[in-house]
Design a protein around this ligand. Structure first.
Ligand SMILES: *[C@@H]1O[C@H](CO)[C@@H](O)[C@H](O)[C@H]1NC(C)=O
Ligand SMILES: *[C@@H]1O[C@H](CO)[C@@H](O)[C@H](O)[C@H]1NC(C)=O
Length: 358
């Protein structure tokens, strides 16, 4: 009896200490980023495409089946996307709402907003393929947002929010896979290397515009190993359904150029804190060592047959979907599962984004 009690009290002491530590540490360190402001494609869209006429949508089952007890939102996953996890890591809120969703207003957006649109890219021609929101238009939305934020918080506070907020850019995969290698046009005008340079130029100008609008903390996202997306593996029949190395090489080369851009803009723009957030190696490590993370399947996705489907096709084939998405690296043929998104976000928080948590 005596022994049991002391065991109980020491256990509760330990768990109390643990809770205390877990809660205090982030509170003491995480106060410097008041908002996350997101630009990009389906990797970080939270449902903006639900409110524009496009087929690039996912606001139906089985998407979102693990999102807050089961809710399709327009996120291209079974649950949250990486920026939702980042918002939580910064102790702001568990998910970032979509700018075009009328359920939310400036009081929600003041601490986080995404302007992202699935199927978009740096290149205007990419957003035209499926009639989605081009990057320049996301910037126009952001200007309106700033106006609303000033009205809501007052001039001085809003200025502080903007300069302390972390601005996140996550796009580029569609410029290559949806546009350059699939749609006619760009591949006759540019070599892959010239197209990379064209996109890097757009990225640089976009960052200069964000800076001109008062942003100081910016994360520029790199490309994933896009040759390992299940859709690309499925179609790589001659390559034995392995990852398409040509696409992975382009991703690595493009990431190298984005990293250089980051270095040069940090010199060019006084007071900017621009970081390169690279998902390539952490996702590649998961794909090469799935069992280490508790995954069973990496070349085939959870949704439908897991080989081709995304968007509406995923819905139609949904009855064949896997029962436990956390066993799959990929949710649909083009997008990671929530569990993968969480692992990638946690890695970024420990590396590129760590300085913003201090
Ligand atoms: C935002 O919406 C909430 C309810 O959804 C409402 O209480 C609040 O007044 C709104 N805020 C603004 C600034 O419009
Ligand atoms: C993309 O389109 C916008 C709006 O028409 C235009 O202002 C911008 O210059 C275009 N970007 C490029 C790189 O052509």
């Amino acid at each position: 009896m005596e022994g049991q009690r002391s065991k109980v009290s020491s256990c509760s002491f330990v768990s109390y200490c643990f809770l205390f530590w877990v809660q205090l540490l982030p509170l003491a360190t995480g106060g410097k980023v008041p908002a996350l402001i997101v630009f990009g494609d389906s990797s970080v869209d939270a449902g903006n495409n639900n409110f524009i006429p496009t087929v690039a949508r996912s606001n139906f089952e089985p998407y979102g089946r693990d999102f807050q007890g089961g809710k399709p939102t327009g996120r291209f996953s079974n649950g949250r996307v990486p920026t939702d996890f980042l918002s939580e890591a910064f102790r702001i809120k568990p998910y970032i709402p979509a700018y075009l969703d009328p359920k939310y207003n400036i009081s929600d957006f003041a601490t986080g907003v995404t302007f992202a649109s699935a199927a978009t890219g740096y290149d205007n021609a990419t957003s035209e393929v499926l009639s989605v929101i081009p990057l320049w238009k996301q910037l126009e939305f952001y200007k309106t947002y700033q106006k609303n934020l000033r009205a809501y918080q007052g001039e001085t506070t809003a200025k502080g929010t903007i300069s302390e907020a972390l601005h996140i850019m996550s796009l580029g995969t569609n410029d290559f896979l949806e546009n350059y290698y699939t749609s006619p046009g760009r591949s006759t005008e540019y070599t892959p290397q010239q197209y990379e340079d064209f996109l890097v130029g757009i990225a640089g100008n976009f960052i200069r515009k964000l800076y001109g609008l008062g942003a100081r903390k910016i994360s520029l996202g790199g490309l994933p190993p896009m040759g390992c997306l299940p859709l690309e593996r499925t179609t790589n029949v001659v390559g034995g359904n392995e990852c398409v190395s040509r696409y992975n090489d382009v991703a690595l080369e493009f990431n190298g150029k984005l990293k250089k851009l980051t270095t040069s803009l940090n010199k060019e723009l006084p007071g900017i804190r621009l970081v390169f957030s690279n998902p390539y190696y952490s996702l590649m490590h998961i794909i090469r060592n799935p069992a280490e993370y508790g995954f069973d399947s990496t070349s085939v996705a959870c949704c439908a047959t897991g080989m081709f489907e995304m968007g509406y096709a995923c819905s139609r084939g949904g009855m064949f979907s896997c029962s436990d998405a956390s066993k799959y690296v990929f949710w649909d043929s083009f997008h990671p599962s929530e569990k993968t998104n969480g692992i990638i976000a946690a890695h970024l928080v420990k590396t590129a984004l760590a300085q913003f948590l201090e």
